[in-house]
Write a protein that binds this ligand. Structure first.
Ligand code: F6P
Length: 767
């Protein structure tokens, strides 16, 4: 079971458990039992208290009553004992004892003799057993299982003294205490139950509302819809903690599940909102996404033939922000505002394009010179010798500085996310780091990185590696290129390499080195307006005057020596030589966009390709059909996709390529699940598209054999291969490419925030 499966299962179990009524039943039972136990404890504690209180009150009552009796008969008794000793007080006492509370009365002489006593005076009560002080005294004695309260009052009459005893039966107090206890217990039970029910109802209501809220937050998170509106921070006392936990889980989940999320502009946009709230995105590249050119007296908008643009433009449409690039079109200055900015795409603006102007000399040095005569051949093993000129390097440094200044101008905050693109800007990450130390700089190197031995050819190898190590994250298409970079950093810099975490630390700053295989948008925008495949085939056949039975192979790219264009023409030649039955039955259409034509290596290539095509056509033309159709001009995306859809075979025979997005575009174009991709093992794409026919472009005959296999491949096998490749490109689209980098950046930004917060705490604790 994968991490993703485990997480998904946890979500479901959590959500189901909260929803299940058993949870409520158990919670309520437990809560009621607890309330009952608390009520019983209260009752057990209060019941004896009631008896004590009743006893206390009654005792005081009896004493008052005894005093009252004493005061009311004191004089008669005094007269009796002092003046008329023959006077019998017993009948007088009997009359008083008729009161239901008074049990009996008696009189003790000073000598301790019981002179007068009513009949009921208990035997246990003697003049010796009661207190006979100078003041009133009270005692309780037991007689035949009853408690008797004895009040003793001193009486003085002349020389005679004695004590009057007034006895009360306390049984009625016990009855009264029991009764009071009963009613108080009854009342307490009633109150406890009432309060318990009320509290249960309140708690239950709160718990239900709270759980409903958490549940919907979890389900929202499970569906990937970000922070739940239903769980507001102020709703419940612990909602903040719940929120934090959910946010953490969501983040971890997305991070762990990255590959399984169906990445789209929407999910990418939400990722930015949730994981990098408020972050501003700046992209820097040499090539701009939209070029304005003067064509036949009018201004024409052109989308350049560039893998970088094809990949990043949809990302910027989803994220918004600012894209800073060289304004290379002849009408570019007319399209910008006074800050050299314009909103693009022109039809439905989503982000800002900021154009940077270069003179011809600057472009010669920085772009044609150092970037394309030096670094391009250095990084591509295509056996074209790199050229390094001091003057070109000076321009390269100067233009990198110019772009760094532009980034500072465009940045509205001190911690933007800057996406630096490609080999034109190796020095830029360090320059940005110096100007905006808090920026998150993600640099992506779109071409291969050679091994350290090869890279050591470059006279400015140290400066280049140092410049790139200003990045927060440095990305390549493949792990192999990451390893090569780590090796170069190890060889040329005094840095610390952590191979386990794939990072390089230089001067206390750590840069992560990560593979992020680039891709294309899914579905490609250019596919939306395409006709069905059979119509595309008819249109292309008509345009190239091809009979219905002719098979079509295509190659579509910039006219670059790394693409192996000559090699694929040679492979066609080889096939037609060995299997002449294909003459007149197979055509290879090469759509090649002129590029960097100012450079000898490029103009020579064009001349060579035209000559070679002419030779092959002369050798193998049949019935007026030339097997090689070389179309050297810029093709708009709609034309490119039409060609892809019309083709039986697409040949991508790069001699060396970082990724090669043409291979992925061909797969994306074939929603009919037909067509065969022939793909060079030296293109990064071959690591992912393993269902293509993988070829070695240096092996002409091997390529010709692969062509023969492709021409004979049954429709069913084509479907199976194409389906697998389409699944992969759909899942690993360009939004995922950007998302992976942004998620890594978000994690680093959080880690940075924690480090800063704990350092601040430590500093204030030290004060
Ligand atoms: O391969 C590197 C790269 O930047 C590609 O992304 C792009 O297709 C190509 O070079 C563009 O080259 P240029 O901008 O020089 O025409």
């Amino acid at each position: 079971m994968t991490t993703m499966d485990r997480l998904r299962r946890t979500w479901l179990v959590l959500a189901r458990r909260i929803r299940g009524s058993r949870v409520w039943h158990n919670a309520l039972t437990r809560y009621a039992a607890l309330a009952l136990a608390a009520a019983l404890i209260m009752i057990a504690a209060l019941a004896p208290l009631t008896s004590v209180m009743v006893e206390g009150w009654s005792q005081r009552d009896i004493e008052l009553r005894a005093r009252l009796v004493f005061r009311s008969i004191r004089d008669q008794v005094a007269v009796g004992i002092a003046v008329k000793p023959e006077f019998d007080l017993v009948p007088f006492f009997d009359r008083l004892a008729e009161d239901e509370r008074i049990q009996s009365l008696g009189f003790c002489t000073a000598q301790g003799q019981l002179r007068y006593a009513t009949k009921l005076l208990p035997k246990a009560v003697t003049c010796q057993s009661v207190k006979r002080d100078k003041s009133d005294a009270f005692v309780t004695v037991a007689d035949a299982g009853k408690r008797i309260h004895v009040s003793s009052f001193p009486i003085t009459a002349g020389s005679s003294t004695g004590h009057l005893l007034v006895l009360h039966d306390l049984s009625y107090i016990d009855d009264r205490a029991r009764e009071a206890q009963f009613y108080s217990v009854l009342a307490l039970v009633g109150v406890a139950m009432g309060l318990g029910l009320l509290a249960s109802a309140i708690v239950l209501g709160l718990m239900r509302a709270w759980a409903r809220s958490i549940r919907s937050a979890i389900l929202d998170a499970q569906a990937g819809s970000g922070q739940s509106a239903s769980l507001k921070r102020s709703d419940f006392p612990i909602s903040r903690e719940v929120h934090a936990a959910l946010a953490e889980m969501q983040f971890e989940r997305r991070f762990a599940e990255g590959i399984h999320v169906e990445w789209s502009p929407k999910t990418l946009h939400r990722l930015l909102k949730d994981e990098l709230p408020g972050a501003e995105v700046l992209v820097v590249s040499n090539r701009e996404p939209y070029i304005h050119n003067h064509v036949d007296g009018a201004v024409k908008l052109q989308i350049p033939a560039s893998g970088l643009v094809a990949a990043l433009e949809p990302v910027m449409r989803a994220c918004g922000g600012t894209w800073i690039a060289h304004g290379s079109g002849s009408a570019d200055r007319e399209a910008v505002d006074r800050h050299d900015r314009l909103r693009v795409p022109p039809a439905s603006p989503a982000y800002t394009l900021r154009r940077i102007w270069l003179t011809d000399e600057e472009q010669d040095g920085y772009y044609y010179g150092l970037a394309n005569e030096g670094l391009w051949p250095l990084c591509h093993i295509a056996f074209v010798r790199p050229v390094f000129r001091e003057r070109d390097w000076a321009y390269y440094v100067m233009i990198n500085e110019r772009f760094a200044d532009a980034i500072v101008e465009e940045a509205a905050t001190d911690a933007p996310i800057v996406l630096v693109q490609d080999y034109h800007f190796a020095l830029l990450p360090r320059m940005i780091r110096n100007r905006l130390p808090k920026a998150t700089i993600i640099t992506f190197w779109h071409i291969p990185w050679p091994n350290a031995e090869t890279f050591s050819i470059c006279p400015w190898r140290k400066e280049i590696v140092d410049g790139l190590l200003g990045s927060t994250i440095l990305g390549f298409h493949t792990q192999f290129h990451c390893n090569n970079f780590l090796e170069s950093a190890d060889r040329f810099m005094e840095s610390r390499i952590d191979r386990e975490h794939a990072s390089v630390t230089l001067g206390g700053h750590e840069t992560l080195i990560r593979p992020y295989p680039i891709s294309i948008e899914w579905p490609p925008a250019a596919l939306a307006d395409q006709a069905p495949v059979h119509e595309c085939r008819d249109a292309v056949r008509q345009r190239f005057s091809l009979p219905a039975d002719v098979r079509i192979a295509v190659g579509i790219e910039r006219f670059d020596y790394t693409k192996g264009i000559l090699d694929r023409i040679r492979a066609i030649d080889d096939l037609l030589t060995r299997q002449p039955t294909w003459c007149g039955k197979l055509v290879f259409i090469q759509a090649a966009a002129p590029t960097r034509s100012k450079l000898d290596s490029y103009s020579t290539l064009q001349a060579e390709a035209m000559q070679l095509a002419g030779e092959v056509n002369a050798r193998h033309s049949r019935n007026g059909l030339q097997p090689i159709q070389l179309v050297i001009r810029h093709h708009e995306p709609s034309e490119v996709y039409e060609l892809f859809r019309a083709a039986d075979i697409c040949i991508v025979s790069s001699l060396h390529d970082g990724m090669n997005l043409v291979a992925k575009e061909f797969v994306a174009a074939r929603d009919d699940e037909q067509g065969i991709l022939m793909l060079s093992s030296f293109a990064g794409a071959s690591r992912e598209l393993s269902e293509a026919l993988i070829v070695n472009p240096y092996d002409t005959h091997g390529m010709a054999e692969a062509l023969a296999v492709a021409l004979g491949m049954p429709a069913d096998e084509q479907r199976q291969r194409m389906r697998l490749m389409r699944d992969l490109v759909r899942q690993r689209n360009v939004y995922r490419w950007a998302a992976q980098m942004l998620l890594d950046a978000a994690r680093l930004r959080r880690r940075e925030q924690i480090t800063v917060a704990s350092a601040t705490r430590a500093a204030s604790a030290a004060e």
